[in-house]
Write a protein that binds this ligand. Structure first.
Ligand code: PLP
Length: 428
């Protein structure tokens, strides 16, 4: 069970007011607020154990190094990777995808080779491939979606050719909330001998993830969306792939030996961690993962699912509202049984058919106008294209409002959103 009132006490910002109204923070898809435990871990490390990692024989450096490696182990356990050497610390999802795009394309792709992405990708899973298209002449192919925001799996299968070298798709859409059938996506790709990168930015904070059960070749996420600070994130890669790929950036720590004639590279994961890593961020990420683990990822999934269902129910009664993404509670019956991940079974059982993200428009009120007026009521929602312009084109819109929930949101806050929307709509 999730005791939300108890959890909320850990997040001082939730007790603040905006324009005289209690803050209703519904922009968790963009970034989450931080619990005291995470903020205190950052302060403590700087006050008591700060030193650069890996390079020192002195006490503090060794303590800091141990903490970094312990954090790596915490991440490993959290996403159920086989080895801590498969966990690369990055700045976040964007850097993780850029790393794979750069190293994978350099090593594995030639002009004319193809990467498959989907219509619902965040720009950070589109533009890195387009850069490679410009630089190396690779071809980007796109899985289409239904009007409800569900991947067309038959069309996906048809995209494979002998030139397909990689599939890169999001686990959960940051706009539609669609939970993609990633096990199935991966199985189909593997049947074609093609590896898969999964963007877990919107899944890791909200549901249990097991990269080995999924059989993902690469999986990435951002710390700041899972109650950790900005500037720290993760790339998981199967050892066989990480071993095979060349370094992404060059500098200290990623080397074995350096001479002016020849340089060798460090073992995994350090080969991909050039320069001083964000070791304090890594500690704070581990504290954040411990924090959500204590609540239980299954409990979080169940709680957020029921909150999202409640919100969908309440919001769908607002006159003139248009909600994007899968709204049908019977969605799972439309989805091929195989396509439900084992790691998602518990979530399916607790009726999570979509992530805790609701994008919407009301009548012909511009999303920016409504977002600005909701803000005046203390309600923080995101407006715009959500870094998914191609998806907006597919939906035939410029942008939406987006409410996205975290572990501290309540039904009362959903009610505040609904009455805020009605109040703003009445002003037009
Ligand atoms: N992918 C998805 C699905 C996202 O929602 C986001 C951020 O909103 C990103 C990638 C990029 O994450 P970051 O900006 O933390 O690198």
């Amino acid at each position: 069970m999730v005791n939300v009132q108890y959890i909320r006490q850990d997040f001082p910002i939730l007790g603040t007011t905006v324009y005289g109204h209690p803050l209703v923070y519904l922009d968790n898809g963009a970034t989450t607020q931080k619990p005291r435990q995470v903020v205190e871990a950052i302060t403590n490390q700087y006050y008591t154990t700060n030193a650069n990692v890996h390079r020192g024989v002195h006490h503090l450096s060794m303590v800091a190094t141990d903490m970094l490696e312990q954090s790596r182990e915490t991440v490993r356990q959290f996403i159920h990777a086989g080895s801590a050497s498969e966990i690369v610390f990055t700045r976040g999802t964007t850097e993780s995808i850029n790393l794979v795009a750069s190293s994978f394309c350099q090593q594995e792709m030639r002009g004319g080779d193809e990467v498959i992405i989907s219509t619902m990708e965040h720009h950070s899973n589109i533009v890195p491939w387009q850069l490679q298209a410009q630089r190396k002449g690779i071809v980007v192919k796109v899985i289409p979606i239904t009007d409800d925001g569900i991947l067309l799996m038959d069309e996906y299968e048809k995209l494979f050719t002998p030139k397909t070298k990689l599939v890169s798709v999001t686990h959960v859409s940051n706009v539609l909330g669609t939970v993609n059938p990633v096990s199935n996506i991966i199985r189909i790709a593997h049947d074609h001998g093609v590896p898969v990168l999964i963007d877990g930015a919107q899944s890791v904070p909200h549901m249990p993830v097991d990269v080995q059960v999924l059989d993902a070749d690469f999986y990435c996420f951002s710390g700041h969306k899972v109650y950790a600070p900005t500037g720290i994130g993760v790339l998981y890669g199967k050892r066989e792939w990480l071993d095979r790929l060349p370094p992404y950036q060059a500098g200290g720590e990623m080397i074995g030996t350096v001479s002016f004639e020849h340089t060798t590279f460090n073992q995994l994961p350090y080969k991909f961690e050039a320069g001083t890593p964000n070791y304090v961020g890594a500690t704070a990420l581990a504290v954040a993962l411990d924090y959500v683990n204590q609540i239980g990822m299954e409990n979080i999934a169940a709680y957020e699912s029921s909150l999202t269902q409640y919100a969908l129910g309440q919001m769908s009664q607002i006159p003139g509202i248009r909600i994007f993404g899968p709204t049908s509670p019977s969605l799972t019956s439309q989805v091929d049984k195989d396509s439900i991940d084992k790691s998602q079974l518990s979530i399916v059982n607790c009726k999570l058919h979509r992530g805790s993200v609701i994008s919407f428009l009301v009548g012909n009120i511009h999303h920016l106008d409504m977002g600005t007026l909701l803000d005046r009521l203390g309600i923080a929602v995101r407006t715009g294209h959500h870094c998914a312009e191609p998806l907006m084109h597919r939906l035939g819109i410029e942008g939406t409002l987006r409410a996205s929930f975290g572990i501290y949101n309540t039904r009362e806050e959903v009610d505040a959103l609904v009455s805020g929307i009605k109040r703003v709509a009445n002003m037009f």
